[in-house]
Design a protein around this ligand. Structure first.
Ligand code: GAP
Length: 517
């Protein structure tokens, strides 16, 4: 499996994801989506919305405000329960999640990760820099007296596993204290008189507090669900692993309301559907698994919870949580707001509080998993080819139109014109900044599923008395196969190819085309 550094470097080099405020030294754990990244993340969110809202009769959408009445968080339990225990090193000033220090003392994953990193090629070249990079990617700063900085052989001995010693410098750790994970801000021009509000830590509560509005407006019958995509904020103690855990991130959440008693079956249906969704868009099944939460780890609101996990380079980790929240939230908001959030059951002729099934996914985390799973390296004619085998619907660019010779005006004009036509239906780019072999590799590396090449035969060569064949070469990213397609048939062919029908289309056209694989 590819390591995270390779993905981070590809993302920066090709404009998927940049470090936030990089010219000022960067802001830990915040990331900016570049020209390709913004397209791909939109694709993730749009596919999620299309499959979960537009293609279902029982779902509607919502876009609630990020800031909400402070009482929302009292009712939801976030004001009192949304905390991780943290501990600080009194010697080097680093903070840790107390549970992660406990892990570290059992021969932790991250100590093993540091060791592996230092023993690898980057560490052997420049251990100090390698370690600093590792720590930065993992959202940590290294203590200057970290023994691994000067002597990588000592990295393996990090760090004295007493119950209260710092995993980095061996210093003394304070007793664990709870840290509320909600970020605060003030609404109003004067801080002293403004209202203190929280930046929402989940999109879910916006749905619960609008339950009655949505019911009145849509007249939906149970079971039905409400979907929302938007930013959430958490003051995570240890953000890290690139976009896996950040303090600002996008969630894609569904609250699916159903009759009590039907909840368990519906929960299972959602668990299976959400697992299948990731596989449908290309994640290999062997890299996905379901994990049932133990009774001791269930959130305060959950009757049952199952995570879809992905085999990330740092190990199996949560991609999405699917919880049965029972009637906790609607009852809490009824109690705190004084407004009954119930549903009138026509059959039973009584008001009931629906149960809620909540598939809660992260757009950033899903995109990271799709990128990692799509990454492949292979050898073609003695050279390394990097290819992102992204599902065409996830790929940021669908078609690249490339001129074989940029000196031939007719070729460039035809290619640009074709690109403009194709752009009306698919995200398409024109590129003439290198030789064709290099142009293909560039598109492979960012996952563009198809290249269309305009060459001499397409436009003809009057000087050599060669007539135009009015055809272009269409090249498939994954197999590198090429076929010769009449320009007039290109839109129809492209529609089939985007639907994954290369094997049906290719035999209808002559193979071969524009030389380089
Ligand atoms: N409403 C339930 C809820 O928020 P969660 O498991 O805390 O549940 C749901 O979050 C999803 O949101 C996670 O599975 C993950 O994909 C994403 N997520 C949560 N915290 C995140 C963070 N700090 N950075 C990036 N994504 C995060």
């Amino acid at each position: 499996m590819v390591d995270l550094d390779t993905i981070v470097s590809l993302c920066k080099r090709r404009g998927f994801i940049f470090q936030s405020s990089e010219i000022y030294g960067g802001l830990g754990s915040a990331w900016d989506y570049g020209p390709l990244g913004v397209e791909m993340k939109r694709n993730v969110k749009n596919l999620w919305w299309r499959d979960n809202v537009h293609r279902r009769h029982d779902m509607v959408g919502l876009d609630a405000a990020i800031t909400m009445h402070p009482k929302v968080w009292e009712a939801s339990g976030h004001a009192s329960n949304f905390a991780d225990p943290f501990t600080g090193c009194v010697d080097c000033g680093r903070y840790y999640r107390a549970d992660q220090v406990a892990d570290a003392q059992k021969g932790s994953k991250w100590i093993q990760a540091i060791r592996k990193f230092l023993e690898g090629p980057a560490g052997q070249k420049d251990p100090e820099k390698a370690l600093q990079n590792w720590a930065q990617n993992d959202g940590r700063k290294l203590a200057p007296n970290h023994p691994g900085v000067k002597d990588p052989s000592k990295a393996g001995t990090l760090k004295s596993p007493g119950p209260s010693t710092c995993p980095f410098c061996g210093g003394h750790l304070s007793d664990p204290k709870p840290a509320n994970l909600m970020l605060r801000t003030t609404l109003g021009p004067v801080e002293a008189t403004g209202i203190q509000v929280f930046l929402r830590p989940e999109t879910a509560q916006g749905i619960f507090v609008n339950f009655d509005n949505i019911l009145q407006a849509t007249r939906k019958k149970l079971p039905f669900g409400v979907a929302q995509v938007g930013k959430s904020f958490r003051n995570e103690i240890t953000p890290g692993n690139f976009t896996f855990r950040t303090r600002e991130f996008e969630q894609m959440e569904i609250e699916y309301f159903c009759r009590p008693g039907t909840d368990e079956k519906i929960h299972q249906v959602w668990i299976d559907a959400r697992f299948a969704w990731y596989a449908k868009y290309g994640i290999r099944k062997e890299n996905l698994r379901l994990r049932e939460h133990g009774k001791d780890e269930l959130a305060h609101y959950a009757k049952r919870c199952v995570d879809v996990e992905y085999n990330f380079p740092m190990g199996w980790s949560e991609l999405e949580g699917i919880a049965n929240r029972a009637d906790y939230d609607l009852k809490q908001h009824s109690k705190f707001s004084g407004q009954q959030l119930t549903y009138f059951d026509e059959d039973a002729k009584e008001h009931i509080t629906p149960y809620t099934i909540e598939p809660a996914a992260g757009a950033d985390r899903a995109m990271l998993a799709f990128l990692i799973d799509a990454y492949h390296e292979e050898e073609v004619k003695g050279e390394k080819r990097v290819v992102l085998r992204l599902h065409p619907e996830l790929a940021p660019v669908k078609i690249a139109v490339l001129p074989l010779l940029k000196k031939r005006e007719e070729i460039v004009k035809t290619a640009r014109g074709l690109c403009d036509e194709l752009r009306k239906s698919w995200v398409s780019v024109y590129d003439d900044t290198a030789a064709i072999g290099k142009l293909y590799r560039r598109q492979d590396e960012v996952g563009t599923p198809f290249c269309v090449t305009v060459d001499v035969k397409t436009v003809g060569d009057p000087e050599k008395n060669e007539a135009t064949d009015h055809k272009v070469t269409v090249r498939d990213r994954d197999t590198m196969q090429q076929i010769r397609v009449p320009i007039a048939e290109l839109p129809a062919v492209m529609r089939d190819l985007m639907d994954g029908r290369w094997a049906d289309v290719a035999p209808r056209y002559p193979a071969g085309g524009t030389t380089a694989p």
